[in-house]
Design a protein around this ligand. Structure first.
Ligand code: BG6
Length: 285
């Protein structure tokens, strides 16, 4: 992997658990990315608190999903629904991606481009840029000779001081599928999304920028996106989190997922030869 290192800005290392990760260290930010899942597990702009939540009990082992950071969800979101068996949220997050290129941009951002080998589904490419903003671009090209339908998400876990005091703006007046209420379709009225119990909602037909408001840490996390018609908001709350072996005690209170994706009604269909790019750009204000 050393051929992809960039001095002290980017270095690849093997972990005791048998994985390979990239460690990013620049004037603008610290970061970390695992090749399994092309999974960003840390992004901390200089002088800020970590922006991404990571469970203290997350597994880091071959074939195991990581709890926190930004899992890449592809080619299905949630349960697999094509009649075949497969883990929730698709295979991308536990598959080993291949580094295609690394680069230091003129502004000093570390850029890593990785590919997911084609298997049952066409391959994908993820481009991640670590700087004062964190930018992810997930591109899928249909190399099959038949149309290809898929779902996807950049499943960002954001770190917040206290979920009870957190709100998310940008989803007002959207329809969402409430996964905690038998997939009922509901309207998000004019108010921000707040969590007061288990929250698992797929907001449809929304391209808007979302903002996570954290009044305790006095910061906003701004998530701007393109090529994404769905935004998913998730917090497992106490009972469900208590049943997760990879979630530290009480840590559900320090996270909220605001995911940019294309799921359910917003699944993408690509004709042969066509491609689609989903991007999320994250910054702290
Ligand atoms: C969210 C889903 O995106 O991810 C939830 O909407 C799911 O239904 C959650 O529980 C976490 O999924 P997992 O497989 O990482 O535990």
């Amino acid at each position: 992997m050393q051929q992809f290192d960039i001095g002290s800005a980017l270095r690849f290392e093997s972990t005791p658990g048998g994985l390979v990760r990239a460690v990013i260290h620049t004037a603008a930010a610290e970061g970390e990315l695992y090749l399994q899942g092309a999974h960003v597990t840390q992004w901390t702009p200089r002088g800020a608190k970590p922006v991404l939540f990571m469970s203290s009990k997350s597994l880091f082992a071959p074939g195991k999903a990581v709890r926190g950071g930004i899992p890449v969800i592809y080619p299905w979101f949630g349960a697999r629904e094509d009649g075949k068996t497969g883990q929730a949220h698709g295979v991308a997050r536990t598959t080993l991606w291949t580094v295609e290129a690394t680069r230091l941009s003129e502004s000093g951002d570390v850029e890593i481009t990785m590919t997911l080998p084609a298997a049952e589904a066409p391959g994908a490419r993820l481009h991640v840029s670590f700087g004062t903003t964190l930018k992810l671009e997930l591109e899928v090209r249909n190399e099959l000779s038949t149309p290809f339908r898929y779902e996807e998400a950049l499943h960002s876990y954001f770190a917040v001081a206290d979920i009870h005091q957190t709100s998310v703006t940008g989803l007002e007046q959207t329809t969402y599928i409430d996964k905690t209420d038998g997939l009922a379709r509901k309207l998000q009225h004019e108010e921000p999304v707040r969590c007061a119990k288990e929250t698992d909602q797929v907001h449809l037909n929304t391209a808007a920028t979302c903002v996570v408001h954290d009044p305790v840490w006095q910061r906003m996390i701004v998530v701007e996106k393109s090529g994404s018609a769905s935004t998913i908001v998730w917090n497992p709350w106490s009972e469900k989190a208590g049943g997760m072996a990879d979630m530290g005690a009480g840590e559900w209170q320090n996270m909220i997922c605001v995911e940019s994706g294309n799921a359910a009604d917003n699944a993408i269909t690509l004709v042969p030869g066509a491609s689609h790019c989903l991007t999320a750009t994250i910054r702290v204000a």
